[in-house]
Design a protein around this ligand. Structure first.
Ligand SMILES: Cc1cc2nc3c(=O)[nH]c(=O)nc-3n(C[C@H](O)[C@H](O)[C@H](O)COP(=O)(O)O)c2cc1C
Length: 375
């Protein structure tokens, strides 16, 4: 029987499915629900030291539906990080670890460009008992106006400095969560790993405008008649997430072997998770999928992933992690390989025709070769 159990950066997970930071980890009640349903770990909603500066609006979601309007395929949000008091969070982190001593609880943290603030948030969360950190360098809306989130994640030098501060204070593993709103996601990922982070998470949401209402001419989600670009998630972003995960994993393999990668973006079932692992993820996170299907979706996801493993005779996640990375190459190489294959096929076809036509004839060979070349 294959097993989903895995140890990542010293964290013992019963399975690789982690609640991604967002509404599904927004307070102790829902985090407890996630552990009871069997999630491998939970990343809480991002916290900061001063929640008073975080002011949310409503509505803050807009959805892209399938043609039959039955399914949400894309989800935009303009939600900020947690607007709940930091002291309340610390109390809930403690209670959570009391209730679920074996549950892996990861604090998602974000601060301004200020060393004291980052050190304080790390120390106070780790005193509350969290098992690991994910630094949110990637929220694309609202926070960048305060030079936080994606504003930091888009600047590898700044990111490296901040990760250095975090690593100086952290006694627990640290993952840096990357923004996809950048041309080369390897650059900030490399900066975080150079600063000593154990791992990288990717991707956060993609900066987006969901659409414009053709009656009111107002873009959505509309707040007091206006909007601001938000973050796009759900299954529509999966191909982009997979590409970025592939790029980061390739870089980690070459430059930082042994460091880890937590993949996310549109994961909704075990097959999706298998693809992220095949492209180099150690763990997979689900955020919007939990909002669509509920916490119980982890059970079918585990079953589907186990079925995939059994089908291919993989016993552990390590048996197939990164296996499909070997099948990426340059476009020029695809052209070369295809040319070689076609030439070999042509030669085989000519040999066959010449043989079946009986006696070898030079003229016949040239005639048939020309015909084949013409297509
Ligand atoms: C409503 C909403 C709120 C989110 N809030 C956070 C957050 O506080 N911190 C964070 O790191 N990511 C946040 N995210 C991003 C998700 O964790 C995740 O990176 C992204 O949505 C892609 O994964 P998914 O398609 O599984 O949702 C949020 C996403 C959504 C949809």
């Amino acid at each position: 029987m294959p097993t989903l159990a895995t140890t990542v950066d010293g964290l013992k997970l019963p399975n690789p499915f982690i609640i991604g930071s967002g509404p599904p980890g927004t307070n102790l009640n829902v985090i407890a629900r996630a552990f009871r349903e069997g999630w491998g770990a939970v990343i809480a909603k991002t916290v900061s030291l001063d929640a008073a500066k975080v002011v949310n609006v409503t509505p803050r979601y807009a959805k892209l539906l399938s043609a039959d309007r039955q399914e949400v395929i894309g989800w935009e949000n303009i939600e900020l990080i947690s607007d709940r008091k930091f002291e309340i969070w610390l109390d809930e982190f403690k209670k959570c670890k009391d209730q679920f001593p074996d549950g892996v609880l990861i604090a998602s943290i974000m601060e301004e460009f200020n060393k004291d603030a980052w050190v304080e948030i790390v120390e106070r969360c780790q005193d509350a008992g969290v098992d690991a950190f994910e630094c949110n360098f990637s929220c694309p809306h609202g926070l960048p106006e305060r030079k936080m989130g994606a504003a930091m994640g888009q600047e590898p030098d700044i990111l490296e400095e901040v990760c250095g501060w975090v690593m100086g204070a952290a006694k627990k593993p640290v993952w840096a969560k990357m923004t996809p709103n950048i041309t080369r996601i390897e650059d900030p990922s490399r900066a975080a790993l150079r600063a000593g982070c154990q791992g990288v998470s990717a991707i956060n949401t993609i900066r987006s405008v969901m659409g414009v209402n053709l009656e009111t001419l107002r873009p959505e989600p509309t707040v007091e008649g206006y909007t601001t670009p938000g973050g796009y998630s759900c299954k529509a972003v999966r191909p982009i997430a997979l590409r970025m995960v592939m790029e980061i994993a390739t870089m980690i393999r070459r430059e930082f072997p042994g460091r880890t990668l937590s993949g996310l973006g549109g994961i909704e079932n075990g097959g999706d998770a298998a693809q992220f692992i095949l492209l180099g993820s150690d763990t997979v996170q689900v955020c919007t999928g939990v909002m669509k299907f509920g916490y119980e979706c982890v059970k079918p996801m585990c079953e589907e992933l186990l079925e995939f493993m059994a089908k291919h005779s993989f016993e552990t996640l390590a048996d197939f992690k990164g296996k499909s990375l070997d099948y990426f190459t340059t476009h020029a190489e695809l052209v070369r390989m295809q040319g070689e294959r076609k030439a070999a096929q042509k030669a085989a076809a000519v040999t066959k025709v010449v043989k079946t036509d009986g006696e070898w004839s030079g003229d016949e060979f040239v005639k048939q070769s020309d015909a084949l070349a013409r297509g």
